[in-house]
Write a protein that binds this ligand. Structure first.
Ligand SMILES: O=C(CO)COP(=O)(O)O
Length: 160
């Protein structure tokens, strides 16, 4: 069994980049300005501010990554408020908030969110016809997982 979530043609895009990758993300946004413009933007604090300044896009900014921004974006993914994650993370730099980064990337996989971690993948994503159309996102049915303990727990209670 699976469940389905509707993505609108206008996507909610989360933009995140580590410090040595911020310029790459800004240049990527500039390169795809026309394709990105119709969508809505979210971002970690510093990345969001830089994108606003460089592109003029309005970006809903969360906290800076090390202050919890990755976790806030992860929560929005769980609440189905983010459709696409563009996260240029730095493979050469250990981060104080590595657990938060891992958690965000994990949630993006769990909730089947299209995710780009480098320029090439981001180019492929933004040029996909699906980027500007409605799309039904398939999710595993988590019901069994959610109920995994309640049935046996209820049986134990009933037997007392
Ligand atoms: O650290 C980040 C993502 O893990 C990004 O945070 P900033 O955009 O605030 O620099």
């Amino acid at each position: 069994m699976s469940t389905h979530l509707q993505m609108n043609a206008q996507k909610n895009i989360a933009l995140v980049a580590h410090d040595h990758k911020k310029q790459d993300l800004i240049e990527w946004c500039e390169k795809h300005y026309d394709a990105l413009k119709p969508h809505r933007f979210f971002g970690t604090g510093t990345t969001g501010q830089l994108i606003e300044n460089a592109l003029g896009f309005s970006v809903h900014r969360f906290q800076s990554g090390p202050l919890g921004g990755d976790q806030q974006i992860g929560a929005k993914i769980v609440e189905n408020e983010i459709d696409v994650l563009i996260f240029f993370w730095d493979p050469l730099e250990p981060m104080s908030h590595d657990p938060d980064i891992k958690a965000l990337l994990r949630l993006a996989v769990l909730w089947n969110i299209p995710t780009a971690s480098n320029i090439t993948t981001a180019d492929f994503l933004i040029t996909s016809p699906l980027f500007i159309s409605e799309y039904v996102r398939v999710l595993p049915d988590f019901t069994d997982y959610r109920n995994r303990l309640t049935a046996s727990h209820n049986a134990v209670i009933a037997s007392k």
